[in-house]
Structures are given as C-alpha cells and as structure tokens.
Design a binder for this molecule. Sequence first.
Ligand SMILES: [Ca+2]
Length: 110
Amino acid sequence: MSMTDVLAAADIKNALGAFGAPDSFNHKKFFELCGLKKKSPDDVKKVFHILDKDRSGFIEEDELKLLLQGFATDGRALSDKETKALLAAGDKDGDGKIGVDEFTALVAES
Ligand SMILES: [Ca+2]
C-alpha cells in the first residue's frame, strides 16, 4: 500500500507545494488539497496505517514530524512548532499520540 494507491500524485504534489515555506503548514488545508478529506473512512484509515510507520497503532510525535514524507518522499519535515500544533489538534484524549479514530476525526473536521 502506498499513498498514491489512495490519493492522486498530482494532488499530493500540489498540497506539498502549498506548504513549502517553514511554519506554513495548515492541516485543514493540506487534507483538503491532497484530496484526503473527500475520501471514504476506509481510505483515511489506509493513510493512517501508512503514516504509522512502526505499526504501533498510533501516530507518535516523531511520525507526525515526518507526516509530509509519508505523502511523498520529497516532503519536508515539519518544524517542532508545526508538529506540536498538529498533535494538539488531533490528540483528543491527551495521550501524546494520534490513534486511528483521532486521525479520521481530524481529517473529517478539516
Ligand atoms: Ca506509530
């Protein structure tokens, strides 16, 4: 399973290009631009499992930092500030990581 099995490569490229500047990342716009917001819950779960690189069942802070590289290998790493903001937006139960339900809610809210 790779990201382009779920999302169009052109949409991913467009979404990554929109947030090339440091500290410009906005997850709501990103999930919309890359096409994920329009996808079914099953597809959003597939994307979650791609981003959960160590298959722990959660997206931890180190995986969040490299979220964009999960979409395309040339994606930039998020800054610490962007990573913390994204974690705060998604981590509803405050355990410091994002579970599959939290991720699908984060995408749906965007
Ligand atoms: Ca993980």
